[in-house]
Unconditional design. Structure first.
Length: 438
């Protein structure tokens, strides 16, 4: 594990960040391995293209939805994880790690079922797909498998759940799923599927409190929030209260979740609504780092994975959320290029410092590089401005690269431990990269 150190921000006119950095143990996994997309379904020809797209981007995860006919079939009811076999093996061949989402909606599905049903489901899928399971080993696959299992997406969404799911039934199903998965392997993770943002803002999601005890006793691991930034309804500029960090903190406080739980988002985007694609891309970069750098009770980064919605959607069919204009080969929009750029720049890197609630600065290191991120937006940093001073630059460094939403903006000569980067725009996120000689 890395040693986590907060940045120290002196009050000077040009924004200066001083951080202590560790150069010890290498990362077990890098940032792009926790970035991905979905949904990827059972149609293998489509999945092949989507997995290749994720490889092109440099992302390492995907979301696979599991429908009722696959997790509970027949007159007596039984899980059928084997229906996913070909898709799971295809993911492995492409080096993509799935999370499973057990879909349930009252509009289309039968009764939710109780604790025992969901325990059977969790046990069956975990037995087949956990790392080093007998079935995976039988396919020649070792030290790889599915470690994240979630269920019941957006329970408050009334168009999919016109008949409300009783909160106590929701909690019982998730506890059953968790107990079934953990009976196979305590190291596996179970999460509630993502919660829609609007009801969380108003503290009107009864499902959060219903599962708070399961977070506090360790059966559930991570809170998932869906975030769709919108210039009118969920504005990013001057509104840090809408950040995923702030909402994560508010959800825990309101529900009484005291455990130092993790965070994830398997749906987020900056809508191309009443903005240009370029303006959406500018917001998307801020949104990416908001999602990637959520911190927990001790100030440590707790983001498990981040998945934009939707990497695979074409803009001519999904103008608000689509991140490409063609699928095969994948031709990204400006937002899609931001996603690929973040994956490329952070290859081999992990967080060594994060201060989202103060300076708005993150620091990463690895892969022979060091990277600073600055959320230079009103309310997202306590000192917005037009210059940024990078300190503790590795000895021997000759240049520093400055990236914005539109890619490499300039290269600045370096002579010594610090470098002042001037001419920056307020209201944008920046990344500063140097090659590390440590």
């Amino acid at each position: 594990m890395f040693k986590f150190i907060h940045p120290v921000v002196p009050l000077v006119s040009s924004f200066t960040v001083l951080v202590g950095l560790t150069h010890n143990a290498p990362a077990a996994d890098d940032l792009p391995s926790r970035i991905g997309g979905g949904n990827i379904r059972l149609k293998i020809s489509d999945a092949e293209t989507q997995f290749q797209t994720l490889r092109t981007i440099g992302a390492g995860m995907c979301r696979i939805p599991v429908h009722e006919g696959d997790y509970w079939r027949g007159p007596e009811g039984a899980p059928h994880p084997e229906r996913l076999d070909e898709l799971i093996l295809l993911a492995h061949r492409h080096g993509i790690t799935p999370i499973l989402l057990f879909e349930y909606y009252t509009r289309w599905n039968k009764e939710l079922g109780g604790y025992e049903k969901w325990k059977v489901i969790g046990k069956a899928f975990a037995e087949r797909f956990r790392p080093n399971s007998p079935w995976l080993k039988g396919q020649g696959v070792e030290d790889w498998g599915i470690t994240y299992y979630s269920a019941i997406n957006e329970p408050m969404w009334k168009s999919n759940n016109p008949t409300p799911i009783p909160p106590e039934a929701y909690a019982a199903a998730l506890e059953g799923l968790a107990d079934g998965v953990h009976e196979v392997d305590d190291a596996l993770h179970v999460n509630p599927a993502g919660w829609i943002e609007g009801y969380l803002f108003a503290n009107k999601n009864p499902y959060v409190k219903s599962v708070a005890p399961l977070f506090n006793n360790g059966k559930l691991r991570a809170i998932g929030i869906h975030r769709y930034w919108d210039v009118d309804w969920v504005p990013i500029e001057g509104k840090y209260r809408f950040s995923l960090q702030n909402q994560f903190d508010e959800v825990k406080r309101h529900a009484g979740i005291t455990a130092d739980v993790k965070f994830y988002t398997d749906e987020f985007n900056f809508k191309k609504r009443e903005v240009t694609e370029e303006e959406a891309a500018q917001g998307f970069l801020t949104a990416m780092w908001d999602a990637l750098g959520v911190v927990g009770n001790q100030g440590q980064v707790v983001t498990e994975f981040v998945m934009p919605w939707n990497i695979f959607h074409l803009t001519n069919k999904d103008e608000n959320y689509g991140l490409c204009t063609e699928q095969n080969p994948w031709k990204p929009t400006a937002r899609g290029r931001v996603l690929a750029m973040v994956c490329r720049l952070t290859r081999g890197m992990r967080f060594v410092a994060a201060d989202p609630k103060g300076s708005g600065v993150f620091v990463l290191e690895g892969g022979g590089k060091r990277l600073w991120v600055w959320q230079n937006r009103s309310k997202w940093t306590n000192q917005p401005g037009t210059s940024f001073t990078v300190t503790q630059i590795p000895a021997g460094t000759k240049e520093l690269q400055v990236y914005g939403w539109d890619g490499l903006q300039k290269t600045v000569a370096v002579d010594g431990e610090s470098c002042v980067v001037e001419g920056l725009n307020e209201g944008e996120t920046y990344m500063f990269v140097v090659k590390s000689v440590c």
